[in-house]
Design a protein around this ligand. Structure first.
Ligand code: HEC
Length: 188
């Protein structure tokens, strides 16, 4: 009896020893669940501004509101944001793990995999990390595509002098949602 009880504990002990909680699946589920509302609000903000004042106003809205929208969707202990290999806002710069994941997403897309299904997760330096690929959709091309209206291009250039987030083709990997949180304390 006693032996069985101890054996039953072994997987839990092994997980605790590795510093990895047993329920990474539930963290993944939680992370994925935070993305739709974040994505939805970003889209709505761009679309409302586009309707109200055209692309110029929409760029302004993105610049002023995108960081705050990310903050508003970061619910303790989670932090949500976006990143990419080619950036518009330098504050969105990818760290080493994010860059590796983005490069992997791009490689897999070139090999024929569907971006819509791509996500990645890992435990990095005591944090749970999750990323989900973002494809370049039709409404994104006005501001991230290959033929940006000259007036709009000038405005982007003025607000983002080091902008690299242009020249994307429909369907191409634009970037990723990126989420992180400290690992939960192991149960006592
Ligand atoms: C009206 C112009 C405009 C449209 C349309 C637009 N974006 Fe952006 N995008 C911006 C601006 C401005 C930023 C920088 C704002 C920020 O995140 O601080 C940005 C930033 C981003 C970022 C964060 C990484 C970076 O480069 O800083 C991603 C990812 C992104 N856009 C994807 C998209 C996608 C996907 C679409 C289509 C669904 C889209 N954008 C539509 C203007 C636009």
């Amino acid at each position: 009896m006693r032996l069985i009880a101890i054996l039953g504990l072994l997987p839990a002990l092994a997980a605790a020893g590795a510093g990895v909680p047993a329920d990474l699946d539930s963290l993944e589920h939680e992370a994925a669940g935070l993305i739709p509302a974040f994505q939805q609000q970003l889209l709505q903000t761009v679309q409302t501004a586009l309707k109200a004042g055209g692309p110029e106003q929409a760029v302004q809205a993105c610049q002023q509101l995108a960081p705050g929208i990310a903050a508003a969707h970061s619910r303790s202990p989670w932090t949500v944001g976006r990143t990419a290999l080619r950036l518009r806002n330098p504050d969105n710069r990818a760290d080493a793990w994010e860059r590796q994941v983005l490069e992997d997403f791009a490689r897999r897309q070139q090999a024929g995999e569907d971006l819509a299904q791509m996500s990645a997760s890992a435990v990095v330096a005591g944090e749970y990390r999750y990323m989900k690929a973002i494809a370049t959709g039709e409404p994104c091309l006005a501001c991230h595509g290959q033929a940006i209206e000259p007036e709009l291009a000038a405005l982007i250039e003025q607000r983002y002098p080091n902008d690299q987030a242009q020249g994307f083709r429909l369907g191409e990997l634009r970037g990723a949602f990126t989420l992180r949180r400290p690992l939960p304390e192991p149960a006592p």
